[in-house]
Design a protein around this ligand. Sequence first.
Ligand code: VG1
Ligand code: CO
Length: 543
Amino acid sequence: MSIREVATKAYDDQKPGTSGLRKKVPVFQQAGYAENFIQSIFDSLDGFAGTALVIGGDGRFYNREVIQTAIRMAAANGFGTIIVGRGGIFSTPAASHIIRHYGAFGGIILSASHNPGGPNEDFGIKYNISNGGPAPEKVTDAIYARSRTIGRYLTLDTPDVDLDREGDTRVGDATVRIIDPVADYAALMEKLFDFSAIRKLIDGGFRIAFDAMSAVTGPYATEILEGRLGAARGTVRNGIPLPDFGGHHPDPNLVHAKDLYDEMMGPDAPDFGAASDGDGDRNLIIGKGIFITPSDSLAMLAANAHLAPGYARGLAGIARSMPTSGAADRVAEQLGLPLFETPTGWKFFGNLLDAGKATICGEESAGTGSDHVREKDGLWAVLLWLNILAVRQESVRAIAEDHWARFGRNYYARHDYEGVDSSAADALIAELRGRLPALPGTSIGALRIQASDDFAYLDPVDGSQSARQGIRILFEGGSRIVFRLSGTGTTGATIRVYIERYEAVGGDLARETGDAIADLIVAAEELSGIERHTGRTAPDVVT
Ligand code: VG1
Ligand code: CO
């Protein structure tokens, strides 16, 4: 089979963001666009001849086309085995596990995660390294640099592979292996959690509602929750992955999973509600009548993880992204564990997990995970919650209230201003950055600013540095406002404002969040002038 070298012209906009390259589908459909990025990945890697590459995606529009392209290019570039999920499907955490489980060199994950899908919506390509985690910045920087100068890509003239039939086929000199996307992942979950205890809980009448949001988690949740744990049929809603996610935004938050939220707040609510995002790495946790913020969920999972067999030996440490609330810090403090604060994006947890410094990690954006893979994992969080509920035999609300009574409560919300003019957003951040040195010691109303900075991270494992990761305004007493721009959007800019107030044990732990942080919301506007810069008077999404 002769390898075809195709001349191509470089694009200058292929800089990976927080989690890979994300663009509108028509951008990816330009001549050579996906090919250039995939070839830039291969050109940035060394020593992969004859090794295995994992390829899969979240099933969104354009997934199958790019998988066929990636298979031909991987074979032409010299990979020996190409492992693909049946139907082109792998959830992001499952892809991470498959890379690790089969000792692959790396993986290409096709997803734009929580972003909408369809012919005019979003698509994405991400490269994961051999530990199963997202490529670190030095790799993504190299890919971007290569994409700006690339002049050719390698491919083969071979027919499409039948993605729906499990088994091996030859493409050029490579073996393409189509595997069940769920089985290995489900087996891993059975090792970590006490499935028989969870099954007993469910047999006893415990009711679950899981919204897969017509995205990739459907087959995983159906097999595990309904198949292996005996939950009633229909427990998993929207369980068939659709190319356009049924026209919805597959982001498991109170805005986009509103039906589930309303049901959980209703009179005949199930005991436990959960949802996952487009590619299966995020989770939403709602108890009967109570929403658990992702930051709280991280803290509660960390405090109770020892109740699940996979974590019975305790945790080595906890890691959270900087904008995530300090709730996990309180747990680390009381349990005598190290706490790591990283920039936004799962790629920063990889080194800590590999070095055995952290066992559980989390982000305020509904991402939680552990050292079982190198991605956040939506279903894992759901199963850990279920395992804890099965052991403690208490409601989600009781567990949450007990947690706050023990550790205090971090009232927390994130306000997103989406589709903002990029130059206005840049100006807002630049202005805030300029004011940073003068802020400490000044007050806004009754709030006194103790410190302010632009978060910079020094990786304790490899010494790499990442600057400008978000503006932090820290108030006396532990309250905090963080401003940063999203690195996953595809239209204009998204300004994220993260607002947090800590209430210590003995304080009022039962307030409404909006009420508890009202003065900080006013302060955020005063500090940043969102309205002045963008014309916006209210956020588009509050989570
Ligand atoms: C967002 C979240 C971040 C998460 C990232 C990828 O990034 O804030 O915590 O890691 O999405 O999640 P940003 O740069 O838009 O704030 V996923 O589930 O979209 O891969
Ligand atoms: Co995701």
